[in-house]
Design a protein around this ligand. Sequence first.
Ligand code: PA5
Length: 340
Amino acid sequence: MSWQDSIDTTNMRSMVSGFPQLLRSSRPNDYILQEAVRLHERGIDGILLLGMGGSAIAGEICRAYLHDKTAKPILSVRDYTIPQFINDTWVTVAVSYSGNTEETLSAFKEAQSRGSSTIAFTTGATLKEYAGDSPVHILWPGFQPRAALPMVLSGLLPVLEILLDLDTTDLDTVSVDIEHVSSLWAGMQTTPADLAKMAKDAIPLFIGWRHLIPVAYRARCQMNENAKKMAFSSELPEANHNEIEGTASCVKTQFLPVFLRSNEEDKRIQTRIEATIETFIENGCSPVNLDLELPSRIHESLGYTHFLDSMSVELAEILGVDPMHVERITELKKKLEIKT
Ligand code: PA5
């Protein structure tokens, strides 16, 4: 069955449940693949990723996943302008689901003016127009941008792997595995619905290490956008040098720290995470040690994302809010259009 038969794009829960299917929904076409091969053969100095909000996450997850597999820099910019050193030896990959996000468009234009080759991922609109004859990966329309993450990643990761001359990750297998694992969530000690109940009256704080840093950030964004809930994310070991002091305020403000655990943790990191959990407990918090026990780095990145996306729709339901509409984001975009 194709995702079109089973996913209702008017319903966030349905799109979130369809995460594994969407991971195999949008492979790059031959033109994009050939262009990626050509650029790799010509030689590149680095990859610049552009995108905002829900459209930035696929790139962030890929960047963290690939961080030690390539000697080339992968840079992510979520802003209007790009660094001076971007030139014609860099490839710029821009993602904007709507194709109309002004920061992404501005940075994209700047990259083009520096001679950078470009590849765009979008449903159309201005980004497609700006891209001209350079490759454009057209995304299925009708989704909320943040729900399109697996679809974007399904096209983006293979392109990055070709540009960087890396082995291809078998996303079809990962997708089937994640589908299977999610069917077992109901029997787990902590389900997405349990986490959502715990987060109802607390401020969730997702804490990740290495490739799970963007996953923690994604979880925070999903609580914000889907559940209209203030939430935060942080990264270890950095949080041990600042945020840990903030645990003194746990007695006054109820936080829900959620530690995303990885099979890749070495002894040093494990000891650090456990000591941090202890500090939270000593300061009156009840942290959740979330260990999904997934078989590989990419399974962890995507499996945790799927799990926490599901938490966000459960939380939206508990809080009685509509996970589909992001009226404040839309209003702000309108206000800025009027001003410029
Ligand atoms: O998920 C969302 O709706 C937002 O975070 C958008 O992704 C963000 O505003 C950027 O828009 P777009 O994805 O259309 O570039």
